[in-house]
Design a binder for this molecule. Structure first.
Ligand SMILES: [Zn+2]
Length: 322
């Protein structure tokens, strides 16, 4: 039987690995605890993990070097049974795979590594398939939402940002709007000719932080046939004391978004290894298997659950990648 793919669209595991492996001053050299490991993914039933390549603010000047190092780290994980996913065929192969291999999709979280060069096609060649246009800070292409709540205003996509989106669509790279400010978001809406995603963002209506998406933004993602991946960061899940956030809050964001824009447009983007506190019931990737039974309780059909768990992200990647 061919299984339905389970896809988590965002984890910062490479950043953690990078700082574990690098000696000071770049890294800590310390052994770290991970939310995402091959074993956890297998136990959680996750078939594909999107791994973000994130450049911390103080290392911006080393953006290209760190990006290459993190790609290299990811390639090193192939000996543990990870398989780099670059195409629809690779995704199909993971789907038919009878072993416990896990697919990995490489994603840039922010575009500082692209500011001073023409390396986008090279990063594509090396396997990058998803790019978050911004992290929280401003870059050459756009502005992110800063938090705590400041700099809500700010500019949309610059001329360079618009060129970048065009170039990404031509190459078959997914545009990711998580972290992008509202003006940048609406510029993407205006110019996108392909679906785009918010890999790790939640519903503002349920939790009023600037990183979450307003209803009209969620609707615009659906109109573009994109997908929103629910982020497990407790501060983005609930207005209550974030310490008490649980898997039920994740389910509530899924239910809310599915009711507002349709079950075809919601997925998962845990932010594991990027978040510090995890919701109860979702302590690491092995707990992803706790989600489907709770969705069933909410009345979702088996087919709908398969879409939420990964089918939707698979659909949009298929549509955008070449
Ligand atoms: Zn992020």
């Amino acid at each position: 039987m061919i299984k339905d793919l389970v896809i988590d669209c965002h984890a910062d595991t490479l950043m953690r690995k990078y700082f574990e492996n690098m000696i000071p001053p770049l890294g800590s050299g310390k052994k770290l605890k991970f939310h995402v490991t091959k074993d956890f993914l297998n136990r959680g039933g996750v078939n594909i993990q999107v791994f973000a390549i994130f450049i911390p603010p103080k290392f911006e000047k080393l953006g290209v070097e760190i990006t290459l190092e993190m790609i290299s780290l990811a390639r090193g994980m192939e000996k543990e049974g990870f398989i780099l996913i670059k195409s629809q065929t690779d995704m199909k192969r993971i789907k038919e795979n009878k072993k416990d291999n896990v697919g990995m999709i490489l994603s840039l979280e922010g575009t500082v590594a692209l500011e001073r060069n023409q390396l986008l096609p090279i990063f594509h060649e090396l396997g990058v398939r998803n790019i978050g246009l911004s992290w929280s800070r401003k870059n050459l292409f756009c502005e992110g939402v800063m938090f705590p709540e400041r700099n809500i205003e700010g500019e949309g996509l610059s001329i360079h940002g618009k060129e970048l989106v065009e170039q990404m669509e031509t190459l078959g790279l997914m545009v990711d709007v998580s972290h992008l400010n509202e003006k940048g978001f609406s510029d993407v809406v205006k110019m996108a000719t392909k679906p785009f995603i918010a890999s790790h963002s939640n519903a503002y209506q349920l939790c009023q932080v600037i990183r979450n998406l307003k209803d009209d933004q969620l609707m615009q993602i659906a109109s573009a046939d994109g997908v929103v991946g629910i982020n497990f960061c407790t501060a983005f899940l609930t207005n209550k004391n974030a310490k008490h956030a649980s898997i039920n809050d994740v389910i509530q964001h899924i239910v809310y978004i599915a009711e507002l824009i349709g079950v075809e447009y919601v997925g998962l983007g845990s932010d594991f290894d990027g978040i510090v506190i995890t919701p109860k019931g979702l302590e690491n990737a092995s707990k992803m298997k706790n989600i489907p039974p709770l969705l069933e309780k909410e009345g979702f059909s088996r087919q709908d659950i398969a879409k939420i768990m990964g089918g939707n992200f698979q659909r949009v990647f298929n549509k955008v990648w070449k």
